[in-house]
Design a protein around this ligand. Structure first.
Ligand SMILES: Cc1ncc(COP(=O)(O)O)c(C=O)c1O
Length: 427
């Protein structure tokens, strides 16, 4: 085994080898310039075209372009008719807005632990978390792996719950051959900088249900119910937000979406190659792709096998030391989410809107406790994982993957050489 770069050895991934995300070509330039010179910078042809093209690509009946994935999630809650003080289930480990969107709609998040293998909500623990006030589940297809939606819909149907899919990271991922976003009553995608489909910032609300989509659309533009192609009457038919996006961003999103099938193929090829190369690596737990699921490898997680490593002490310190060593090898890793959701201050303080609202709604807070100890699997994952995003995407190919695999194997198999006490990791 060659010397670790952190100890003076040669770096596995040479500087400049990994190309930045997203690739931009003449299609992006042409469409964005067209939007720039158009008379209409908002609510114009690129927004309409993007919504149509996204709906077609995902096989969904309705798509509404938004200014963020979080906006689309909030629209999902509204579309599903969730009311103030209702309980909505969400995984204990995910992005914050997978659960704060519930608060945005004055409902109460109830957390469920995750499954260690899939890093998604543990479907076996959902029923125990259902209360008489539970109206919906936000399921998150985390890191690009679909949740077992057959199981989710079975539970939801049994208990009369609505399902909102947080597909913000999961463009193109499938479960039993169907793309995410088509199982629940509503779904949200993000198009922010990190995402496999990127327009800088942005999101898409999707639904196959006309009523859900109509209710969600009220929220999207000041509570107006009119479609973008119609003239506005500036009337707030309901409480609305301003969740629209603009023409420049829509044009960029269209250009990127036109190449998404190629991007997806690259992601699959690179992800599968890395997965293969890392098989059998000591001290490493690779991500899983259960049968019937197609991962989009949005975020390839490397987890420390603390049992095999056999070193005592806090796993986070060891993980942070491994991050530092991987970064020294030129492997672009980081630690993404450092907290379980229930330990975040907004939940601990139960004070989202001030005055304890929405927990202060009569009866809403009954039995609701945010105790991080209740989520041991999320804790184990959170303390031992290392995230890799973007490097597996186009235009990067096998030459990048080979070098990344080399760096990962070097660090994980040489983990005994790292000193967690000395770690200066910038995660
Ligand atoms: C799982 C998940 N949900 C929701 C979001 C929110 O998306 P956005 O940043 O577009 O609001 C993100 C991304 O940040 C995410 O990764």
């Amino acid at each position: 085994m060659s010397r670790l770069a952190i100890n003076g050895g040669e770096q596995a991934v040479p500087e400049g080898l990994i190309k930045p995300w997203p690739p931009v070509d003449e299609t992006d330039e042409r469409l964005v310039m067209d939007a720039l010179h158009a008379e209409q910078q908002a609510r114009g042809k690129h927004n309409l075209a993007f919504e149509k093209e996204f709906a077609e690509w995902n096989g969904s009946r309705h798509a509404i372009f938004t200014n963020s994935g979080t906006a689309a999630l909030h629209m999902g809650l509204a579309g599903c008719g969730i009311g103030a003080g209702d309980h909505v289930l969400a995984p204990a480990y995910t992005w914050s807005s997978s659960a704060t969107c519930i608060l945005h709609h004055n409902a109460i998040p109830i957390f469920v632990d995750i499954d260690f293998d899939t890093i998604n909500i543990d479907t076996r623990k959902i029923e125990a978390a259902i209360t008489p006030r539970t109206k919906a589940i936000v399921v998150v297809h985390l890191h690009g792996l679909a949740v077992n939606m057959a199981e989710i819909m079975r539970i939801a149907d049994k208990h009369g719950l609505k399902v909102i899919e947080d597909a913000c990271q999961a463009h193109g991922a499938t479960f039993n051959g169907t793309k995410v976003g088509n199982f629940g009553h509503a779904a949200a995608f993000s198009l922010n900088q990190n995402k496999c489909l990127c327009s800088g910032e942005g999101g898409v609300f999707v639904s196959n249900d006309d009523e859900v989509a109509a209710r969600a659309k009220q929220l999207w533009s000041f509570g107006e119910t009119r479609a973008p192609e119609e003239s506005r009457d500036y009337h707030a038919y309901a409480l609305g937000w301003m969740y629209r996006n603009n023409e420049l961003t829509a044009a960029f999103a269209r250009a990127q979406l036109s190449r998404y099938p190629d991007y997806f193929k690259t992601l699959r090829d690179n992800g599968n190659l890395l997965h293969e190369k890392l098989e059998g690596t000591d001290n490493l737990i690779r991500p899983t792709e259960p049968e019937g699921h197609v991962h989009n490898w949005y975020n390839y997680n490397l987890r420390l096998d603390t049992e095999q490593i056999g070193r005592h002490g806090p796993p986070r310190a060891m993980r942070d030391a491994a991050v530092e060593a991987l970064q020294a090898e030129g492997v672009p890793v980081s630690v993404w989410q450092k907290f379980l959701l229930p330990e975040m201050t907004v939940f601990q303080a139960k004070n989202a809107y001030g005055g304890g609202f929405p927990w202060s709604i009569p009866g809403a807070d009954e039995g609701v406790e945010y105790n991080p100890e209740d989520f041991p699997v999320a804790r184990r994952h959170c303390d031992t994982y290392i995230a890799m995003v973007q490097a597996l995407r186009a235009p990067n190919g096998p030459e990048v993957v080979e070098r990344i695999a080399e760096g990962v194997i070097k660090v994980f198999e040489g983990i005994g050489e790292l000193d967690p006490a000395e770690s200066q990791a910038v995660t």
